[in-house]
Design a protein around this ligand. Sequence first.
Ligand code: FMN
Length: 515
Amino acid sequence: MPQLYIPEVNRCLLCYDAKCSKACPSGIDPAKLIRSVYFDNEVGAELSIRSDKACLTCDAPCQKACVLDEDPIRIKGVMETLHEMAEDLDPEDFENEVDLSCDFCGVKLENPFLLSSSVVASSYDKIARAFEAGWAGAAFKTICVFTPREVSPRYAVTKDSGHFVGFKNVEQLSQDSLDEDLEIIRKLKEKYPTKVIFASIMGRNEKEWETLAGKVEKAGADVVECNFSCPNMEDDGLGSDIGQNPIAVGKFTAAARKGCKIPLIVKLTPNVASMTPMVDAAMENGADGIAAINTIKSLMGMNLDTFVTEPTVNGYSGVGGYSGKAVKPIALRFIHEIASNPKHKNIPITGMGGIETWSDAVEFMLLGANHVQVTTAVMEYGYRIVDDMIEGLKHYLSGKDLKSAGELVRKGVNSVADLDDLDRESILYPKFELSKCNGCGRCYISCRDGGHDAITMKDDKPRMNPSACVGCHLCVYVCPEFAILGSGSRRIKGRGVFGTPSKKVKNKAPKKKDN
Ligand SMILES: Cc1cc2nc3c(=O)[nH]c(=O)nc-3n(C[C@H](O)[C@H](O)[C@H](O)COP(=O)(O)O)c2cc1C
């Protein structure tokens, strides 16, 4: 079963009101446990099942109840694997008190997880439900003084094994009137005073930026977030048109600053080569922090019969914003660029782009974000994902003997060196664990055709030739069994792999950046 464990978990539909859990005679919630594993909170799942061995002797009515009736998820096998893995776990490692709260521009968040500005944070009922589920706050759907005209359909997705990889939207701003949105913020703050509201705003001129900032402050918002980044605006000169132009960023930041006293941040677009000029312009004109990233301009889903991309609106489509887990590396790169900006020490950053799990959030925080925001994962899986974010982060901090989430912030910023400063004098050879190899030969094919021809197959097992291997690690990434590790031996180039040096080489250590 262990090798089936991950595919089975990935195949689960993560149902609403799951029939498997309802069918469990022992009150175990297999749907929740599988969901925890899916969202990286395996430790949480193992801890919660370890003392209840009912699954080990049960004839698995959960499995019979699975909605995939032709090929149900092997739930019993997943539960058995969790029990097996739980045996190696010491619960005491995860019992330390940890503090998940974060400070952002002087505003206290009970945990690092906020909804980002979008449909997921667009009504009283939705946001109230999210708060009840555990989200620390919400960046309200961008408020403006006009009513944007939206199209139908407005989304498109790329998927892998049924799950979103990337998500495109061509949506604009809030559909409510200004007064309706202000009333929602007022009511939310009244009912949930400890939850945090960022009010995302968009003006069409300086007066509107100033007025909107003042009005949302008066309604009770904790932070004003200027939307300089929506790539989907019907009219020119709005959204990402501003975020690509440092003069406009400076002008409209200053206007919004005039309108309010609460913390003011600007949300920037990734549709630029570098965010630095925009960050500088915002900070020099009164911003207190930066939000990044909004969505990336994209086209996708070309229909091979009609020759139109998705979403298709009466025979046409348009360039629209891409989000979801595919964009995370691009977001992380911008977060690091902002965090390492030498002009602005410890700049407060609210990070987003492709976050689905607590571990994604940790990556953002290590590279400089003070906390994170999420949209696409909530659109796909619902507000409930915050359970595993909170629990998974607690277990991670406790397991690492860290006392608070705040200790993560910026810890990895200095690990990013210029490419010309990286060590180019040594090779890290992959390590083959042949006992785990199933002989599929995927490493051989990739190395032969896309690598450096350093693997041969003998008796259905790969053999690595160290004199041809350049240590690129393509084999590590194609192995479906995790039988090739990227943690083999590092050796200085130019030495016989198992012999004496053939020539002297100088090892160059990366320079540490000063932040
Ligand atoms: C359907 C949709 C609507 C969005 N609307 C807004 C918006 O009104 N204002 C805004 O600042 N960002 C908006 N965004 C961008 C998100 O807030 C977020 O910056 C982006 O999607 C990246 O995060 P994610 O990968 O977690 O979705 C929207 C995103 C989506 C998918």
